[in-house]
Design a binder for this molecule. Structure first.
Ligand SMILES: Cc1ncc(COP(=O)(O)O)c(C=O)c1O
Ligand SMILES: [Zn+2]
Length: 404
């Protein structure tokens, strides 16, 4: 049996094919490239039961990942984040089967470690010596740290306002870190110019094809954790949308293998009302989004005014009869508190946006009481110490506590 059943890269727009043995970025037509595998061969040699004895990381799915030689794997134990039942919050929202895939528990505290693990491992396999990327913080931190482990130099550009912890993680890893007085789109322009000038490997969202393969493991895990049954609805906080595209790809691949069957879950892209280009495009039934001017939200990871893979996100929504929802920042903060009080989890603002969307969609009866609903909490609340404002009484040294 081979370690990976990867075959080639394919362009979803013009169908051109490329080799996975050489470095490739976008297709010559400008579209992101997707990774293809030999499903017919894999189906003959692998069964879901084979996974039972494997390590509890995303590398348990190595046949469906693009790294061909196991010695190129750069891992910090990422993957297999718990799928937690949320009974109290479910009761509060009148949903019987509400689950949270808690990505706060993997290395670097966000799901970005998945894309970094697979992206950096494949970069190592391809002989990349230096990569560059714009980021809203979490992805840059993950790529810089995995890059350090792989011995690959990284150049990271992030907005000045990105969460301070991600800046520290990136700097500490030894990356060349720059802050920009602007948004991720401005960081993107600076990286694009540097990539051309210094001939760097461009690790920007979807400009290299392998990050998505790491993120698709969220979809593989959800199916495995539910006993190879698909839920009815999966909701995802959408910035660049790679996670949503990845989950969609994963479930379609599992269907090709015959490990799951039936209708795909309805996929929901959740955005902030301060930055909702995908929601606007979906409402207007468009196949691409437009640049969202003056975007602003506390959920920093989803502050992406124009995503390069927007057409793939919209495809995933249309194909699964899903939808796109925008929620206000105040609703996010309320749900962040609800999740902490009812379920004991301190989730990130992006994850909180998902719960605000679930409440809204349940109220509109778009989500029904008996449906199985999976919320992606993409990161740990502790990565955003400044998002929550609290007022606590300070005691004098000799004071005693009073109970009312
Ligand atoms: C915590 C968190 N959630 C969600 C996202 C959005 O991810 P994607 O680009 O896959 O839409 C990000 C991106 O930075 C993030 O950091
Ligand atoms: Zn193309």
């Amino acid at each position: 049996m081979k370690y990976s059943y990867v075959t080639h890269l394919i362009c979803p727009k013009c169908k051109s094919e490329y080799s996975t043995k050489e470095k490739h970025q976008l297709c010559s037509c400008g579209s992101p490239l997707l990774v293809e595998y030999d499903w017919a061969a894999l189906k003959k040699v692998m069964q879901p039961e084979d996974l039972a004895a494997r390590e509890s990381t995303l590398w348990r799915y190595h046949e469906m990942l693009p790294v061909e030689q196991p010695e190129n794997v750069v891992s910090q134990g990422e993957g297999m984040a718990p799928l937690l039942a949320m009974p109290s919050l479910g009761r509060d929202m009148n949903i019987k089967q509400l689950y949270m895939k808690d990505e706060g528990l993997i290395p670097t505290g966000t799901f970005k470690a998945r894309g970094a693990a697979v992206g950096v491992s494949k970069a190592k396999e391809l002989g990349v010596e230096e990569f560059a990327m714009p980021t809203n913080g979490n992805a840059g931190a993950a790529w810089a740290l995995y890059g350090a482990k792989a011995g690959i130099t990284s150049t990271i550009v992030m907005p000045q306002d990105a969460p301070k912890i991600t800046r520290n993680e990136t700097a500490l890893s030894g990356a060349n870190l720059y802050l920009v007085n602007g948004l991720i789109s401005d960081a993107g322009k600076i990286v694009k110019e540097a990539v051309e000038k210094f001939n760097l490997y461009d690790a920007s969202t979807l400009k290299e094809p392998y990050r998505i393969e790491g993120k698709k493991t969220m979809g593989l895990e959800i199916a495995e954790q539910l006993g190879w049954k698909m839920p009815d609805v999966i909701l995802y906080p959408t910035g660049g949308g790679v996670g949503l595209i990845g989950i969609h790809k994963a479930l379609k691949e599992l269907r090709k293998l015959g490990w799951v069957s039936g209708r795909l879950p309805r996929l929901v892209a959740v955005q902030s009302s301060g930055c909702a280009p995908i929601v606007k495009a979906w409402k207007e039934k468009k196949s691409e989004s437009q640049f969202w001017e003056e975007s602003d939200t506390i959920a920093f990871g989803i502050n992406v005014p124009k995503a390069i893979g927007d057409f793939l996100v919209l495809d995933a929504i249309y194909e699964t009869n899903g939808c796109a929802v925008a929620v206000d920042d105040e609703w996010m903060l309320r749900e962040q508190q609800n999740v902490a009080r009812m379920e004991g989890s301190f989730i990130c603002p992006e994850g909180a946006a998902v719960f605000a969307a679930i409440r809204k969609l349940r109220q509109e009866n778009w989500i029904r009481e008996n449906e199985t609903v999976v919320a992606l909490n993409t990161g740990a609340g502790i990565k955003y110490p400044d998002t929550v404002e609290i007022d606590v009484e300070v005691l004098e040294k000799d004071s005693s506590l009073k109970r009312i």
